[in-house]
Write a protein that binds this ligand. Structure first.
Ligand code: UD1
Ligand code: CA
Length: 452
């Protein structure tokens, strides 16, 4: 193709969303709709991508600032035809593919096939599809594959409303057809300049407008309401799950949320109700128990996650075991064969190979050496009310249950901490650190009390 511009229309408010923010900033599987559209556009390697903004433009421009897209301001939303015309000064040589910011499920191969078909004729081409329920869409009146007219829902007669061929919104406008755009008038119920009116104008001038059929109604779903937003989320989620199944991941249920940005290796098994998002990479042969939330984390091969865990910003190395009911917070590094058990919270800490914290602990701002045993109820007192301090426990140390480690503090290699201690001073290598008060037994105490 000699040159290609992609214009994405996204200036409308989207009244039917009943929302304060612009419609195209609503997310589908964790990414704003407009992000999906821009991704599809960029895959075509066009000479320019222009996004038409208006309502909520700050949000959209902020979100897209690191992409190479150009913005065209449509200050007043006078219709899709008007929106396209605002971009003229930003366009490079070549024809214009128009995408709608609220049609986010479109797939790359579909667009490439559409462009290829356009190249054969060079005619204005609209992508159309047949649907069971055409309500709300523009109805396409065709003879063979030539479009006579597209009638919007508001302007359609009862008879026209029965037409099940609808306009997906996606179209390609040759540059030579731009004069037709300028001839569009707002004489319709909504008083808008409808891009779709280019069909009647071109026909009047003896130019044919082609309808390209793409009969995958779900892919061209336009999002106008929260109900359609939910449908789109479910459809994209299913697509992601299907893709993982094809790559050799086992899913024990469809009720699993995985964002498109997540990579998962083969033979990993994921249980129901897991929510995995952000920049997360999961290796091969990992087992993830039910109700686990994992975000922005790296999980190596053969890790076992026993379920009901919350893991964020954490790196976990092979053969580690986490959970159930553990919480791993950002900047945590779990090395190989570490065990983190129930009701253990770890923040900004490293646990080296083979270390164990099996029950009820808080480990924050700490460095835990290899094969260290952290007893039940161990707490690092990392915060003095103003600053955070570090706890260092060297290799092979044994921390007895119910220990408070008042940071900054260091426990040396092979040291032992007696259960119930409050450790506020360093414990040297190989030593026993204990702060327990001596035990006093009062003989006959209980029977004396009963006699009173
Ligand atoms: C539009 C089409 C309809 C098609 C449907 C497919 C027109 C006139 N109608 O209807 O034939 O079946 O999409 O989903 O084109 N926008 C602007 N500026 C404007 C108006 C709209 O940028 O002045 C943007 C919106 O932000 C949105 C897109 O264009 O992303 C479509 O607008 P919308 O109002 O949702 O059109 P529909 O009524 O759905
Ligand atoms: Ca729409």
């Amino acid at each position: 193709m000699k040159g290609l511009n992609v214009v994405i229309l996204a200036a409308g408010k989207g009244e039917r969303m009943m929302s304060k923010k612009s419609k195209v900033m609503h997310e589908i599987m964790g990414k704003p709709m407009i992000g999906h559209a821009v991704e599809r556009a960029e895959e075509l390697a066009p000479d320019a991508v222009v996004v038409v903004v208006g309502y909520g433009r700050e949000g959209i421009e902020g979100y897209l600032k690191d992409t190479g897209v150009l913005f065209s301001l449509q200050a007043e939303q006078k219709g899709t035809g008007h929106a396209l015309l605002t971009t003229e000064h930003l366009l490079k040589d070549g024809d214009v593919l128009v995408l709608y910011g609220d049609v986010p499920l479109m797939e790359g191969p579909t667009l490439r096939a559409f462009l290829a078909s356009y190249e054969e004729t060079g005619d204005i081409t609209f992508m159309v599809t047949d649907v069971d329920n055409p309500k709300g869409y523009g109805r396409v009146i065709m003879e063979g594959d030539i479009i006579q007219r597209i009638v919007e829902e508001n302007d359609a007669t009862e008879e026209q409303k029965m037409i099940s061929t609808i306009n997906t919104g996606i179209c390609i406008i040759p540059r030579s057809a731009f004069p037709f755009l300028k001839a569009i008038t707002p004489d319709n119920r909504k008083g808008e300049y409808y891009l779709t009116d280019i069909c009647t104008i071109a026909a009047r001038e003896g130019k044919s407008v082609r309808g390209y059929r793409h009969n995958k109604a779900l892919e061209v779903l336009g999002i106008n309401s929260r109900k359609e937003l939910l449908l789109a989320n479910m459809a994209m989620k299913d697509r992601i799950l299907d893709n993982l199944l094809e790559k050799g991941v086992t899913l024990l249920d469809r009720n699993i949320y995985i964002s498109p940005s997540v990579a998962i290796g083969k033979d990993t098994v994921i249980s129901p109700n897991c929510h995995i998002s952000g920049k997360t990479t999961i290796g091969e042969g990992v087992v993830i128990g039910p109700n686990s939330i994992i975000k922005d984390s790296i999980i190596a091969d053969n890790v076992i996650i026993k379920g009901f865990v919350s893991i964020e910003g954490t790196s976990i190395e092979t053969n580690a075991e986490i959970g159930p009911f553990s919480r791993l917070r950002p900047e945590t590094f779990i090395k190989e064969k570490v065990k983190i058990g129930n009701f253990v919270e770890v923040k900004k800490s490293i646990l080296k190979a083979g270390a164990k914290a099996s029950h009820l602990s808080y480990i924050g701002d700490s460095e835990i050496g290899s094969n260290v045993n952290i007893g039940a109820g161990t707490i690092t007192c990392n915060y003095d009310g103003t600053k955070k301090h570090k706890t260092i426990i060297e290799d092979n140390a044994f921390v007895g249950s119910n220990t408070s480690l008042v940071a900054p503090v260091r426990v040396g290699k092979n040291a032992v901490i007696g259960a119930g201690s409050t450790i506020a001073k360093d414990v040297p290598e190989d030593a026993l650190g204990v702060t327990r008060a001596p035990q006093k037994n009062i003989e006959g105490y209980s029977s004396a009390r009963r006699e009173k």
